[in-house]
Design a protein around this ligand. Structure first.
Ligand code: ASP
Length: 352
């Protein structure tokens, strides 16, 4: 069966051109796409099922470093508006790479249960630049979108198809710029034209959809979620200052399985005070591959007893976007902290 695909262009290097201030959006993306996908094109491998494509540009086109939760919502709104007239039609989102993993996680929560696959991609080099990865990534994302094997939101980049809530930008220059440090890729392209190797579990994105996301979720807005890194030598006074004024939620990037400098005078107390005042404190890890287990060491137990919760094996991007999503749904404090541990769209593994 042929499948039309709707493409949503949000900005990013893929459509940028040089300016005196550096790269800015400005390329003729519509013209480039028309050249890439002429109506009489011979069926490229994996694209036999691709029908026609439509394109919407979300104005203003942005460098994704300027993205906010409102930008995520603009994409969600466009996806839902398109899906209401064309249910089940796959969607490809073109996006800057810098915050693409945040957006893919955010979309996976807000679009859980949508029914149509959504595949996000971008490129390290602008379209038309020598050696650009734009063409390979767009064709790969289209291939994933019409494959019939993607459930939920996925990210295609550098030959890898990753679950939307599991991806992280791993390189600022390599054409394989994204990784999924904990979960295996959904698929791997050995070459642009060859067959793809799919893993057995292709439902990782969108596999578990709790009731909070079944009804139309409330829109993303900008909530005050702060990310704080632990470093050797951080003082209790600095930690307290970073928590003043109190944010709605804290993602605290701790060491290893979730350990903090608990001998540092006032540090655990500053975190405990924030929790008592109604801030959700979520402990993530600075390790790319981690499963946070608070209480494995005494240095993590102290904050667990204060009421902090672990981010399990979520990436920073997945945890941050999830805190924003749950705050938008009206959850705060301990209810928010508790909800962080339940998977919405395959972003977190059940406790081993
Ligand atoms: N700064 C660009 C962006 O995120 C980088 C890229 O697209 O690769 O929009």
């Amino acid at each position: 069966m042929m499948s039309n695909v709707h493409i949503i262009y949000t900005g990013g290097t893929i459509g940028m051109v040089d300016s005196p201030q550096g790269l800015v959006p400005g390329a003729d993306l519509a013209g480039w796409l028309a050249g890439l996908l002429p109506p009489d094109r011979p069926a490229a491998p994996g694209l036999e099922a691709l029908g026609s494509t439509t394109l919407t540009a979300l104005e203003p086109l942005i460098d994704s470093s300027n993205a906010t939760p409102e930008s995520w919502q603009a994409i969600v709104d466009e996806v839902r508006a398109h899906a209401s007239g064309h249910p089940d039609e796959p969607i490809v989102v073109l996006h800057g790479t810098d915050t693409m993993a945040y957006t893919s996680a955010a979309l996976s929560y807000a679009l859980a249960g949508l029914g149509a696959p959504v595949v996000i991609t971008g490129s390290q080099l602008p379209l038309g630049a020598e050696g650009s990865d734009a063409e390979a990534n767009v064709l790969g994302a289209l291939r994933a979108a019409v494959s019939g094997r993607v459930n939920g939101v996925a990210l295609f980049f550098g030959g890898l198809l990753l679950a939307g809530g599991r991806a992280t930008k791993s390189s600022s220059w390599d054409l394989m710029g994204f990784a999924s440090p904990v979960a295996p890729p959904l698929s791997r392209a050995a070459s642009d034209s060859g067959p793809w190797e799919w893993t057995a579990d292709v439902g990782g994105a969108g596999s578990s959809v709790p009731s909070i996301t079944r009804a139309a979720p409330r829109p993303y807005a900008r909530h005050d979620v702060v990310v704080i890194d632990m470093v050797p030598g951080i003082t209790g006074a600095r930690a307290a200052a970073l928590l003043d004024p109190l944010p709605e939620a804290v993602i605290l990037r701790a060491f290893g399985v979730g350990n903090v400098p608990s001998d540092e005078p006032g540090l655990v107390e500053a975190i405990a005070r924030a929790i008592r005042a109604g801030t959700a404190v979520i402990i993530a890890s600075q390790c790319h591959q981690a499963e946070v287990i608070l209480g494995h060491y005494a240095t993590g137990d102290a904050i667990a007893r204060a009421g902090a919760v672990g981010a399990a094996d979520m990436t920073l991007e997945a945890a941050y976007a999830k805190a924003q999503f749950l705050l938008a749904q009206g959850l705060t404090g301990t209810a928010l902290a508790e909800a962080m541990g339940h998977p919405i769209a395959g972003e977190l593994s059940p406790r081993r």
